[in-house]
Design a protein around this ligand. Structure first.
Ligand code: ADP
Length: 371
């Protein structure tokens, strides 16, 4: 509309201007002719002179008017086509985006919009697609997590329920053994719920930490001593190689204890009898990190599984009897606890050779990590 109005106005002004200029030209011509006896009449404010146009001049003026109108119409057509194309290149993608956004608002996260251009609109569409993808993945993960939690809780509860019903019906004799197995299930259930709670709080960075200066070597020695009896049962030698003069780190003692406990329990659990598990502490060359590595000679972890060991409920051996292993939350908790301390955890493993878990705890300039 604006384009059409502008073009029409321009044509009108050009026409008026053109007529005026042409008349002025004629006046000059006629003045020259009047000096040689030809009559004329001009109105220039002081004197009046009539402009007499012959058929030739009129035809010329009409044809110039015509050309101007045609040129104007051509400009109008091109302008309209260009502005329509421009408007379409913006409005169509925006309409697609708003439709997709509406779908997302209704909970349908599997939305993508076509990216047709490389300009700002295309950039916006690409960002939108990425956002929709992240939302869809998160929703899927949340659903999967809920299903896993329900599944994990159901098993111990079903065992407890079955035994209690058996006892009520008189099918199972309420012996001490029966009761202690029920007690064990209840403890497992309680532990699982506590782990889940800690994990979800750590993931949203809401887990309260009681930080204080901690000697990591001492902490490691305590965990190792605590686990020595279960290592001895499998004749596994627990070796400690602790670097001297390691500065204190400011961490939550209990949480860090849990980190090394979970990693060491796995190392012992997955190691063969008569093998060795080594715990080493060291300072990284740049002085930024304190490194604790735990090496075992277990079966190792396949390259395709390494990506998932820190995920919730990931278990290498899916068919494993739950009593022989953990909940599949151990390493997920390790990762979260290390990360809320500003640290990092990684695993290096080779099938058939063993695994090395490495925890990095940041040190500050004075050799002590602070928030
Ligand atoms: P789980 O309770 O099953 O041990 P984790 O989260 O602690 O759960 O470990 C997840 C999986 O990682 C285990 O099921 C196992 O397959 C693998 N894994 C962990 N530590 C080791 C290890 N030291 N050696 C081999 N595999 C391991």
């Amino acid at each position: 509309m604006a384009v059409a109005l502008t073009v029409i106005l321009l044509i009108y002004l050009a026409n008026v201007q053109m007529t005026g200029q042409f008349k002025e030209y004629l006046v000059v011509q006629q003045m020259e002719m009047s000096q040689s006896g030809i009559q004329g009449h001009i109105n220039d404010g002081t004197s009046t002179m009539t402009v007499v146009m012959g058929p030739l001049e009129e035809t010329f003026l009409a044809s110039v008017h015509n050309s101007l109108i045609w040129v104007g119409l051509a400009i109008l057509a091109v302008g309209l086509a260009a502005s329509y194309a421009l408007a379409r290149s913006i409005t169509v993608p925006l309409r697609n985006l708003s439709k997709a956004a509406e779908q997302i608002a209704q909970g349908n996260f599997e939305q993508t919009v076509p990216i047709e251009t490389k300009d700002e609109v295309g950039h916006l569409a690409a960002i939108f697609n990425r956002m929709a993808e992240v939302l869809a993945t998160n929703t899927k993960l949340r659903r999967q997590l809920l299903a896993n939690i329900a599944h994990e809780l159901r098993t111990p509860l079903a065992v407890i329920q079955g035994h209690l019903e058996g006892m009520i019906d008189g099918v199972i004799e309420p012996s001490k053994d029966q009761l202690s197995s029920l007690h064990e299930e209840a403890i497992r259930l309680n532990r699982l719920i506590k782990e889940l709670r800690d994990l979800s709080l750590a993931e949203v960075r809401q887990l309260a930490l009681e930080k204080g200066p901690t000697d990591i070597n001492q902490l490691i020695s305590r965990v190792v001593n605590m686990l020595r009896p279960i290592a001895d049962e499998k004749n596994i030698h627990l070796g400690c190689f602790l670097a001297e003069e390691i500065p204190d780190v400011t961490v939550d003692n209990d949480r860090m204890n849990q980190v090394f406990y979970n990693i060491l329990v796995n190392a012992i659990r997955y190691s063969p009898v008569y093998s060795e598990v080594q715990v080493t502490t060291s300072l990284e060359e740049t002085g930024q990190w304190l490194i604790v590595s735990i090496r075992d000679n277990g079966p190792g972890i396949a390259a395709e599984d390494v990506l998932y060991v820190f995920d919730h409920f990931y278990r290498g051996d899916k068919s494993r009897d739950r009593k022989s292993g953990g909940s599949g939350l151990g390493l997920a908790i390790v990762k979260q606890l290390v990360e809320i301390h500003g640290g990092q955890v990684a695993v290096n493993s080779e099938v058939g050779k063993g695994s090395i878990f490495e925890v990095r705890i940041p040190l500050d300039k004075e050799g002590r990590y602070s928030v």
